[in-house]
Design a protein around this ligand. Structure first.
Ligand code: BGC
Length: 476
């Protein structure tokens, strides 16, 4: 199919009926191991710190530094690597990130001094920061449009699995006090990720922009399966080429393009806004401090807290599966709105439970936290990562995604270090009502700024935005 690069719409991409879905699934699952490492390495420290603290006789400040080091590293990693993804390619960056995970996990697990431990944890954070955006970016670029939601959300499923796995490993190893093993186990998925990604193809979109059509075609054929027909492969490549010619065939852009292009601004507002709201609505107060919250709610025994915490992990994972099953059918917007409404109701209920206190609080606490986690897991959890992998133009996709990711990690850090102070200053009820009020703001923001991208190719999304049509009209 011949496309006139200067006129006409992008060709329509054929659906996966003609393509091999299992290959796409395997590639996405391997890339999603980066999500597993993100979840595992952020979660594992809550259990490990209990034993690190006495071994190194940590002061409260040093304890906070050890716990927060990975978050600081993640901000640095996300900040520094966007252009690398655009310049060197998505696959190569994942490969290097897997290597950093291995080195950093070994360095932290074998640390005999606090400074080496902190350096190791910062390095793990750097890898988490890079992995958190480059894996969804890679998956979104190899996925067929009508399954892209589910495939990118696999990464979020892997994050939740990693968090749950870290809770389990921490609990199992608690009796031996073996914090080295808790952290060191992270090496295993990192090695598998490295080996797996080594054998996978580079993103055809990146190859087309940076190498040749022939190389892009080879990769696409590998992804869509050898039996896929030549016409569908060519149509897909034509569509990508068309979008590139609209962008003036420029391979990649820098901060200047990102900040000066007026049509990209609504996309930046959307991505940065969702990044902030994903965090300031309080998810990691529950993920990182679940045992503390359950203690506040009246579960005094350690076993009760551990079981309740494991429950949080399981609900998080199961509801992410639900999200994966319906994302490409219901669409992003209805799920996002519905989930946010669930988060608002449960946060206000939790605050109310703390307000009235007493025995009833225990059960209000458990039920509202379950609804809260479930609502996050079907909405803001996967949908933030999915949308930032979909809405930015190819030229600056890596850079823009990494910027949104950095905003997300800064907001994460801010919420994590202020949570206990907020509880002291405002009290328990007001703190959760505060997160509830921020969730109301997130709902209003999403209503006005978040587009529907269900079933639309990345090139068609880019074309819509480049034509300066309102973002909200996308998908209507
Ligand atoms: C968020 C993390 C959070 C996790 C919980 C992710 O999407 O970015 O901050 O801990 O979801 O499942």
């Amino acid at each position: 199919m011949i496309i006139n690069p200067t006129s006409g719409a992008a060709p329509t991409i054929p659906t996966t009926k003609q393509s091999s879905f299992s290959m796409v699934l395997i590639i996405s699952a391997v890339a999603a191991l980066a999500g597993l490492l993100f979840g595992y390495d952020t979660g594992v420290i809550s259990g490990a710190i209990l034993f690190i603290k006495p071994q190194f006789q940590l002061s409260p400040t040093l304890e906070e530094i050890v716990v927060g080091a990975a978050l600081i590293g993640a901000v640095i990693g996300a900040f520094g690597s966007g252009r690398l993804a655009d310049h060197f390619g998505r696959r190569r960056l994942i490969l290097v990130t897997a290597g950093i995970f291995v080195v950093a996990s070994l360095c932290s697990a074998l640390a005999t001094s606090v400074s080496v431990l902190v350096a190791g944890r910062i390095l793990i954070g750097v890898a988490i920061g890079v992995a958190s955006f480059v894996a969804p970016l890679y998956i979104s670029e190899i996925a067929p449009p009508e399954r892209r939601g589910a495939l990118v959300a696999l990464n979020q499923l892997a994050i939740t699995a990693g968090i749950l796995l870290s809770y389990i490993v921490d609990t199992v190893l608690a009796s031996s006090e073996n914090w080295q093993m808790m952290i060191g186990i992270g090496v295993v998925p990192a090695v598998i990720l490295g080996i797996g990604i080594y054998f996978l193809p580079e993103s055809p979109r990146w190859l087309l922009a940076h190498k040749s059509r022939g190389e892009a075609e080879g990769a696409l054929r590998q992804i869509r399966g050898q039996r896929s027909n030549a016409t569908s492969i060519n149509t897909e490549l034509d569509s990508m080429e068309h979008a590139m010619s609209e962008a003036g065939n420029k391979k990649e852009g820098g901060w200047k393009e990102l900040l000066s292009l007026r049509w990209v601004r609504p996309l930046l507002i959307c991505g940065f806004g969702l990044a902030i709201f994903q965090q300031v609505t309080g998810i990691n107060t529950v993920i990182y401090y679940a045992p503390t919250i359950f203690k506040f709610a009246g579960f005094q025994s350690a076993m009760g807290s551990i079981l309740a915490t494991a429950g949080v992990g399981v609900v998080n994972m199961l509801m992410t599966v639900v999200s994966i099953l319906v994302l490409d059918r219901l669409g992003r917007r209805p799920l996002l709105m519905g989930g946010l409404i669930g988060m608002i109701i449960s946060l206000f209920a939790l605050g109310f439970g703390f307000y009235i206190g007493g025995e009833a609080m225990k059960w209000i606490g458990v039920c509202s936290l379950a609804v809260y986690i479930g609502s996050f897991a079907i909405s803001l959890g996967p949908i933030f990562w999915l949308l930032i992998a979909e809405i930015y133009p190819l030229q600056v996709r890596g850079l823009a995604m990494s910027a949104a990711t950095m905003v997300c990690w800064i907001a994460n850090l801010a919420v994590s270090i202020t949570f206990l102070t907020l509880i002291e200053a405002l009290g328990r009820a007001n703190t959760f009502w505060f997160y509830g009020a921020l969730s109301v703001a997130a709902l209003i923001f999403s209503y006005f700024y978040v587009p529907e991208t269900k079933g639309i190719s990345l090139e068609a999304i880019e074309e819509h935005c480049r034509a300066r049509k309102p973002l909200r009209e996308l998908g209507r």
